[in-house]
Design a protein. Structure first.
Length: 282
């Protein structure tokens, strides 16, 4: 598949999402996030991922508004994702939390709204709220984050609408092949947060050897690996050189042999809070 920064894939509801996006976790509210959004969009990014718990929705909205004016773009040119935090999973709370996110972003709608965690006991109730928000036209699509097979089995047993996306930590060092195949069989796209291992593995000699072969950075190899697995990638950075570097992943292709080698890097490396084996999320 020939890819570029404008490449989109179609979700199970017909909505198209850019394969490459910008993650914004830990990018602080205020000028930092505003400038980050403006710079990323000026360099071709058309997919921005945020969440209420990140505390930067207002800055994302302001950065987006300025970017549309500066770049001569329309709202429809940019794909915006935000997420419902676990303390608002009860039905009415979820509706109110979503409206707060819309107000923070200064938008009439978002392109994708996610349940942030499979937090019991109200996750099924929260999904019903997302279905209502979708039917009202305030979001174009709904999905989940940090869901494992058992969580998806539970959700699908009652859901009227299948999630379009499951956003999880996904790298060669955490190659969740079975989860990916499960989601594909259900028509759910996998989306990778922290695809750069939070910097933990960028100097791994095995990875660096492959990067040297393609005259690319370790970060670019990690992103390209995910893209070639047809996973949506949302690397996070507020540094301009890294934002540019992370987008320069469309002028090379990792060979089948090297993809297979990267697949074998898996060591079950969970670097975030999410670990589906923990009893809390069963």
């Amino acid at each position: 598949m020939s890819l570029n920064i404008n490449t989109k894939i179609k979700l199970n509801n017909g909505v198209e999402i850019p394969l490459l996006g910008l993650g914004t976790w830990e990018i602080i509210e205020g000028e930092t996030i505003i400038d980050t959004i403006r710079f990323a969009i000026s360099k071709g990014y058309r997919h921005i991922d945020t969440a209420r718990i990140y505390g930067n929705e207002k800055g994302v909205g302001k950065g987006l508004k300025l970017s549309l004016e500066e770049q001569g773009l329309t709202r429809e040119d940019i794909f915006i994702t935000t997420k419902l935090w676990i303390n608002s999973f009860k039905y009415e709370k979820a509706l109110k939390a979503f409206n707060r996110s819309l107000n923070n972003l200064e938008l009439d709608y978002v392109d994708l709204y996610l349940l942030h965690w499979p937090e019991p006991p109200y996750r099924q109730e929260a999904w019903k709220a997302l279905e209502s928000i979708l039917k009202e036209g305030k979001t174009r699509s709904i999905g989940v984050s940090n869901y494992y097979q058992n969580h998806l089995d539970e959700l699908l047993s009652e859901a009227d609408i299948i999630p379009v996306v499951n956003q999880v930590e996904f790298t060669p060092y955490l190659y969740l092949k079975e989860l990916k195949e499960y989601c594909e069989n259900k028509g759910i796209r996998l989306e990778a947060y922290s695809p750069l291992t939070r910097g933990e593995k960028l100097k791994d000699s095995k990875l660096m050897d492959i990067a040297k072969k393609y005259n690319k950075s370790s970060a670019q190899i990690l992103i390209r690996w995910g893209l070639q697995h047809e996973v949506i990638e949302i690397p996070k950075s507020s540094k301009e050189d890294h934002i540019i570097e992370n987008s320069k992943v469309f002028d090379f292709t990792i060979s089948e042999d090297d993809m297979a080698l990267l697949d074998k890097f898996n060591e079950g490396l969970y670097l975030g809070m999410w670990n589906p084996t923990l009893s809390r999320w069963k």
